[in-house]
Design a protein around this ligand. Sequence first.
Ligand code: ACM
Ligand code: ZN
Length: 372
Amino acid sequence: KYAADRFITVIPELELPGHEMAAIAGYPELSCKGEPGTPRIIWGVEDIVMCAGKEETFKFLEDVIDEIAPLFPSEYFHIGGDECPKISWKECPLCQKRIKEEGLKGDKQHSAEERLQSYFVQRMEKYLSGKYGKKIIGWDEILEGGLAPNAAVMSWRGENGGIAAAEMGHKVVMAPNNYMYIDYYQSEDCTNEPLNIGGLVTLEHIYSYEPYTPKLTKEQCGYIMGVQANVWGEFIHHPDKVNYMAYPRAMALSEIGWSPAEKKNYADFRERLAGCLAELDRQGVTFRIPEPIGWDKAIVRGGNAIVDLKPSVEGADIYYTTDGTDPRLYGKLYTDTLQLPLSFSGVNIKCYLRLPSGRSSAVYTVVAPDTK
Ligand code: ACM
Ligand code: ZN
């Protein structure tokens, strides 16, 4: 209701048949071997998955759906479908029996076990559409083994899954990990950043993403419903860190979701963002404080390096040093354009921002002009 009042539709994801170790730990009979296990405590892809040969598995999942579906009035229901190794299915007599009974055959494109995953997903689709009138959405692995009719695809391993689905006339959400994974680092200087899973998606990089790929025709692009960014939580143990990872990249996400490509302008976005971030600062949201506007635009003129900085958050102060020392200890308040004679060693400007709330950024090194 809170979301609906704000025109937001929440779509639940029930991951299946992989990434189910927590459920299997509670109900070991749901896996192929039925052995006792424990939930994972670090990230990773587990070989122990739900058994596709046992009817109990489907009964269990249908029971979970019976609890979740009525809570979420969304048109779609996300059934996961990603990262499900087929090792246990290959060795399981019940899974192999199912493959035989259903006449699932491997070919050059798909193994019999991939077809079994497709069988699994299609059964869930039938249940969700039959009982609740819901459409399913799943990660791009649901393409493997054949896509369920009416299934929408969330493309996470790059765009190829989304492109293939749109070519087949299926709805798509673009969430390619090389642009849309905002659990990745947001700065090349990872010594400045809290520990994360890896990868790099800067604010400018996510802003540059265009979901209507030129690899699809205009008509095919019509199947792209929009974009999603993912903040996976394996390295996030506190709500403040969720906010640190989500903002300001979520604002870039909004703009690429809402704006046609020709209306996008990163420099203009940064100017507007400064006001939004001042508001978040007033609300006490622990967003990542971006580098000052202009930090990567130093120019050389008449033997001088000219550095024009603007706070990335309205009302923030910038403190800087020009000799490589720590601006938190020795910084001077930035008030006007810096003109620094270019010496043999170039320029070495470090700075940080202090927000009206008192919160400080990390120390950023201004990208100096090439003096060679
Ligand atoms: C995913 O990141 N495994 C969807
Ligand atoms: Zn099995």
